[in-house]
Structures are given as C-alpha cells and as structure tokens.
Design a protein around this ligand. Sequence first.
Ligand SMILES: *Cc1c(COP(=O)(O)O)cnc(C)c1O
Length: 404
Amino acid sequence: MSWPKHVSQVALPMKDRFELPEGVIYLDGNSLGPLPKGVTARVAEMMADEWGGQLIKGWNACGWMAQPGRVGDQVGRIIGAPKGSVVMGDTLSLKVYQALSAALQMRPERKVILSDSGNFPTDLYMADGLVRHLDQGHELRVVAPEDVTAAMSDDIAAVMLTQVDYRTGRMHDMRAITEKAQAAGAVMIWDLAHSAGAVPVDLSGSNAEFAVGCTYKYLNGGPGAPAFIYVRPDLADEIDPALAGWLGHEAPFAFDLEYRPAPGIERMRVGTPPVLQMAALEEAMAIWDAVDMAELRAASLHLSELFIAEVEAACPDLTLASPRDGAQRGSQVSFRFEHGYAAMQALIARGVIGDFRAPDIMRFGFTPLYLDEADVRAAVAILAEILRDRLWDRPEYLARQRVT
Ligand SMILES: *Cc1c(COP(=O)(O)O)cnc(C)c1O
C-alpha cells in the first residue's frame, strides 16, 4: 500500500479538541461521536445565562429561534450545500418522512419508491408507513445496492438511498446515481447519516432534490442531537410540507387558524427546536472550521487501509465485509465473524470501542479527528489476542444487551 506524502503533514488528528477517556481507543464515532471540548462549558453557560437568566426573552435575545437555520448553515458547509438550504430539527426518521412525502407530491402520476436493502431500516419503515397511510397505491421497491441503477424505470417517483451503508461502509456514487434517477424522471433523496463529516459531499454538484442526515455520528453533536434536511433551493418554495407545524408557518406568531408554509427551507421546520441540544451541536460544529474535508478523507482512507492490512495479517478468522477499494467505502470498516458480538464485548472490556450489527458484523469507524496510526495498531493487537486465545468465549460477553 503506497500513500501520498502530504498525508503526514495534515493537522490531524486533533485529539486535544475532544474529551476522550484515558485508555480508550474509540472506533465508534460513526455511531455516536465523542464529546468535543468546549461543549460542556457552552451548554452550562447557555443554561445558566440564557435559560436561567433570560427566561423567555432568550427566544429573541439569544437567537434561539434562528438557531435551526444558523446551525443548518454550519452543516451545509460540510455537505456542499449553499447557505439557507439546510435546516435542523427533529430526528432523522422524521426528516426522511418529510423529504419522501414532498418527493411523492412532485410526481403524483408515479407510484414507486425505489430503495435498496443496504438502507437503514428506519428509512424503509418510514417509507412503508407513508405508503400505507397515503393509501394511494404507492409501492416501496427494495433492490440490492448493486442493482439500483439497473432498477431505474419510468414508474419511479422517488429514489431514496443512504449513501454509505451502515453495516459494510459501501458507498454509492451520489452524482452518477442522481443523474440516472433524474434521467428516469424520478426525484432523488440522499440520506447522508454516514457521510456528513465522514467523506467529502458535494450536494449542490450532485443536483439531488433532497438530502437528510443526523448529527450525532461523525458531526459529534451528542446523543439525541437534531437531524438536518436539505431541499434544493429552486424547489424549496414549491413543496407542500406533510408535517405542517407552526414553526414552519409563514407567520407563526400571527396564530392564524390556517397553515401557510414559510418561504424556502424554513417550511421544513415543525415545532419548538431542542435549544439545549442545538447549543451543544453548534459548539461541536466549530471544530469543522479547522478541517479540510479532502485531508480528512485522505487520513480516513489511510487509517482504514492500515486497519484492514493489520487485521488480515493477524486475525485469520475475520472476513472483510467492506469493499476493499477505498473509493467505494465510507469511513468505516467491517469484518464478519461468527462470534462477532462476543468478540466486540471482549474488545470493549479492554478499552477498544467499536460495535456490532446483526447477524455477524463487527464494525469499526475511523475518524481521523481523534485517531492515529498508533491507535489502529494497538486496537488490532488487542483484537488479535482476543481471537487467538478465544477470550470472547465467556458468559458475560455472550449475553446480548439491549443496545448493540
Ligand atoms: C443513524 C441512522 C438513522 C437514525 O435515525 P434517527 O431518527 O435519528 O434515530 C436513520 N437512517 C440512517 C441511514 C442512519 O444511519
């Protein structure tokens, strides 16, 4: 494996910007990012001075009401979206629903939603629920990820895909698939849950109509951090929001009895924003001002490739589940192992935190903001020992917990 020279010169990792517990190698930033330094103080100050001190005046005086759009612009910068095209709120599941319902309205004569079996279940569940409740004869068609392009046909209203597969890290080509979908007359929705903050994303360049994602994974916004939604600016004034909440109204404080959507992306807001969570996210996003996404990507590929090479040399029982070609992989690497759950528990007990996805996937996220080569080598050494000596084969590691 050769690696371009400039990688060693990047200002990554920036471990000092995170509160990482002593003795932990954190390979799960793809599931829940760690706590950035400054967030605790910012949230404490926000609670004491803003909530505590300003009470209800905070909505105006502290900019709470403008926060979803302000933070949306911070996220937009990471995903190649122009200012004013991204807004924060709710959970990703709800943002999927909003985007999909808007997309279906744009193609009333078509009845098919195309997705793939690598999608995260909640995206498919939300689509299925929407189809059932619309009761207009829509169909959710789910094909294998490699068959998506071939499945484009002129009955498809919307193509709804997650760019990076949460289990294997396999990455779709956003631009090429969007082009195919639009050539077939369909509307394109991208879920960027495992892309935002993980790989460079050029949303404007892709020309996709909608994108959604969460902020508690690679963006380190904290558990329960709000989701984001992007609507292509030329469409934002046209769509008719299915979740017609008062804060997406043109004039929420007129308290009209009739709904009129706000101009642009603001209509994708629903109700009262989670101000505390959003303060944490806003502070966490400050880190990204110092990050060049191309450098981050180069470092992520380097760490991932080192991990694959070391695991394959030291752990013969594990089989690579991710694409070997880095260009087709996000920022995570997965291996299959029959006793993957127990092996992951044994790893976690030794301070190496990854996670497990049924039925047999051991998943490792590589986040160059706070990981370096030494971490990767140390993690593999511990993993190899666990496998060689069957240290996973203990009752406390075999018993499944509620959250894997
Ligand atoms: C993490 C993830 C979700 C989670 O949705 P929430 O509503 O935030 O719980 C949804 N979709 C994808 C593709 C994900 O990776």
